[in-house]
Design a protein. Structure first.
Length: 312
């Protein structure tokens, strides 16, 4: 009995850093579980630190795949570089059968990477995949948004009956970064297509920080380009910013359960720096100013306020 009391007291007095390490996703059976990383290809200890956190969190949250926002390899791209900057850091999760899906960044050799089997690009610069009925991911090549890609995207989106349409690519259409800022050229080409076809969520990298953008025309945008590189002080928070962090390395965990997408952003020490969810509202008529499937963001407060203690 005394032992039980002792355990109860221990749980009630957990320090805040431990609370910050709690899984804040529902972790429901049958949901779509994945991780998001960006600008990873350094091969240095910062990439390894995030890779280790990815492996550690998978014991609590069994995500099935990882999407990569580009700049997958900085510098050399010889076979030994693919090992050092990808295969070795992520070996524990690759070995556990986790699949990676890459998008191309401005530092990436398209000819090499699209044919690198573990990136699952099937030889293409842009491609889509469907992890489960109702959810489709589209990897774009934001380095060259040419007619071939736009025609493909239009066709794919027209054919897709998926409720959740998630885009991922390197250059952020909206960003408060001082170094790069919003990719307005790409935005001008892509955003009208996204709005017409009811895209819900857009994930990007390129900026070496984390920024959750306020929804733009009903679409939720995230920048996560700090999974190995960090540009401290580069995030000039603006009217676009819902939340941002340019002082810590980070990755994201996401979960789609029915009409809700939950997210949790975690730093190199395993501490949660942002969490929340967005909800699909359902189909409405598209207009040039609004997506056909608007989302309601920030169903939960953020940045994280430690919630009620959990007993397990
Ligand atoms: Fe980049």
């Amino acid at each position: 009995m005394r032992r039980l009391v002792f355990i109860a007291v221990l749980i009630a007095t957990l320090p805040l850093p431990i609370a910050g390490q709690e899984l804040r996703l529902p972790n429901k059976p049958g949901s779509v579980k994945f991780a998001v990383i960006g600008d990873t290809g350094t091969g240095d200890r910062n990439q390894v630190a995030i890779a280790n956190e990815l492996a550690s969190w998978r014991t609590r949250y069994p995500y099935e795949f990882v999407v990569m926002m580009g700049d997958n390899l900085y510098g050399g791209e010889n076979p030994k570089d693919f090992d050092k900057k990808f295969g070795t850091p992520y070996k524990p999760i690759l070995g556990a059968g986790v699949k990676f899906y890459a998008a191309l960044g401005n530092h990436d050799d398209a000819a090499l990477q699209r044919n690198y089997k573990p990136f699952n690009m099937n030889g293409e610069r842009f491609y889509s995949f469907k992890p489960q009925g109702g959810v489709r991911f589209f990897a774009l090549d934001s380095n060259y948004v040419d007619k071939a890609q736009l025609d493909w995207l239009e066709k794919e989106l027209t054919a897709s009956g998926s409720e959740w349409k998630i885009m991922f690519f390197h250059h952020p259409l909206y960003s408060s970064g001082e170094t790069h800022g919003s990719a307005e050229l790409q935005r001008g080409l892509l955003e009208p297509v996204f709005l017409k076809h009811g895209v819900n969520v857009v994930l990007s990298g390129h900026e070496h920080f984390y920024e959750r953008i306020k929804p733009q025309k009903g679409i939720a945008y995230f920048i996560i380009g700090s999974s190995a590189k960090l540009r401290k002080g580069d995030l000039a928070k603006s009217e676009l910013t819902a939340y941002g962090n340019d002082s810590e390395y980070a990755f994201m965990l996401m979960e789609i359960a029915g009409d809700e997408l939950f997210f949790q952003t975690i730093n190199q020490s395993g501490k949660t720096i942002d969490t929340g969810s967005i909800k699909r509202v359902g189909k409405v008529d598209p207009t040039p100013a609004r997506t056909a499937q608007p989302v309601v963001p920030q169903a939960k407060p953020s940045p994280v306020q430690p919630g009620p203690r959990q007993s397990k």
